[in-house]
Design a protein around this ligand. Structure first.
Ligand code: ZN
Length: 422
């Protein structure tokens, strides 16, 4: 036997007894039938994850983790474990979020669970809401007063001058009055600075908005560019609502980092090779929001065959973009869309992406986009203990990403599904 082989055998013998070793003080153990530590790595079967002080301290085959004395998470054990999900397109605009600074913690916790944590979201990007209110909600979560996800917010979006989109006209007048519609570069800079000074983490621009009757309002290119430059100067991302392909071109011109939708409007449905190549070259991320299209078009009374065509076009945009190496970021527009179930989004994404590409859009891609690969997005020693426990393997069917048994944030369960039949 070579010395190397001997060393391996000795190491294996030591590891085999590790599970009977004492776990670190205050640690929590989660066992799993399978662990996907990252979308591009082979899974670990019969694994375990040890967490302490909100971080992962060990992950591996269950018989190699020092687990004696660790606390347990009951019903969370035994599922398929993946890293915590990011939903990169949500909104805290429904009346249930109003008065987030004073509303009872239990109410807000229930609302957060219903919209977000029960679906596995441990980080969310709010892409438009009243900035003070969302910052107040975030502060209460950060203080540990309310169980909820980590919140990043774009605060108040900027619209074209006289350019509130037709689909927002039903919102309360007090809310509409808050929305900046800058008519000059100075007004745009003031709006961006005020929003970021109040705690926003990004700037959202509506570069063009439908006004009804086929009319469209455009944000002037110098206004969009100035807003984006000021945001980038602070090291923060620019999120753009494109509306259609012309809007993507305006977003590129402005210096967008993330497009918050695929496109269904306008005369052209296909993102041609040149456009896709340009988006990839500029490292622009895209949030598909595929489920939203059916929801919007059906609500507008569009005939079923046209809805399917538009949805198919958006799926094709995503397929071509991903195939060219583009960064897809999962997002559903919940909060604007009152149906919170992500299962349909996963089903539509699966027409364009593999299950592991979808996992990347939920985990590693957003971590990379927010330059936080060192703290989240994968299951590895030293990273945040943000985890999702699924009932069934998403590699077999991407809809299984919607079957969440437990959501764990910083080592603590923030959602546990009730027992089956109970
Ligand atoms: Zn939205």
């Amino acid at each position: 036997m070579t010395r190397l082989a001997e060393a391996v055998l000795i190491a294996a013998a030591l590891l085999a007894t590790a599970c009977s070793e004492r776990a670190p003080e205050g640690s929590v153990l989660l066992t799993a039938s399978r662990i996907y530590t990252a979308p591009d790595l082979p899974p670990i079967d019969d694994g375990a994850i040890l967490m302490q002080d909100g971080r992962i301290v060990a992950v591996g085959p269950g018989d190699q983790i020092a687990s004696r004395g660790a606390a347990r998470l009951g019903r969370c054990d035994g599922g398929i474990v993946v890293a915590g999900f990011q939903n990169s397109h949500v909104h805290f605009i429904e009346p249930k979020w109003d008065g987030a600074d004073v509303r009872p913690a239990a109410d807000l916790a229930a609302s957060l669970r219903d919209m977000l944590t029960r679906h596995g979201f441990t980080t969310v990007v709010d892409t438009g809401s009243r900035v003070e209110n969302t910052v107040a909600l975030r502060a209460r979560i950060q203080r540990g007063e309310i169980a909820g996800p980590r919140i990043l917010t774009a605060g108040l979006p900027l619209y074209p001058e006289n350019g509130i989109p037709v689909y927002l006209r039903g919102m309360p007048a007090e809310f509409l009055a808050l929305l900046p519609q800058p008519g000059s570069v100075d007004a745009a800079l003031a709006a961006v600075q005020s929003n970021l000074d109040r705690g926003a983490d990004a700037t959202k621009l509506f570069v063009m908005t439908p006004q009804g009757g086929g009319r469209v309002a455009f944000m002037k290119p110098d206004i969009a560019r100035a807003a984006a430059d000021e945001t980038h100067r602070r090291g923060l991302p620019v999120l753009v609502h494109p509306t259609d392909i012309e809007g993507i071109e305006l977003a590129i011109e402005a210096g967008a980092d993330i497009l918050l939708h695929t496109t269904i409007g306008g005369g052209k449905a296909v993102w041609d090779e040149g456009l896709v190549a340009q988006m990839v070259e500029l490292d622009i991320g895209v949030v598909p929001t595929l489920k939203l299209w059916r929801y919007e078009l059906e609500r507008a009374g569009v005939p079923a065959d046209i809805v399917e065509q538009a949805l198919g076009d958006a799926v094709a945009q995503m397929r071509d973009f991903a195939a060219a190496g583009g960064q897809v970021l999962f997002g559903t527009d919940v909060g604007y869309m009152s149906d919170y179930d992500p299962a349909e989004e996963y089903r539509q994404m699966a027409r364009a992406l593999t299950p592991m590409q979808i996992l990347a859009s939920l985990t590693t891609a957003p971590a990379a986009r927010w330059k936080e690969e060192g703290s989240r997005g994968r299951i590895a020693k030293g990273l945040d203990a943000d985890l999702v426990v699924l009932d069934a393997d998403p590699a077999e069917n991407a809809a299984h990403f919607a079957g969440v048994r437990c959501t764990i944030r910083a080592g603590q369960p923030v959602f546990e599904a009730p027992p089956a039949g109970g």
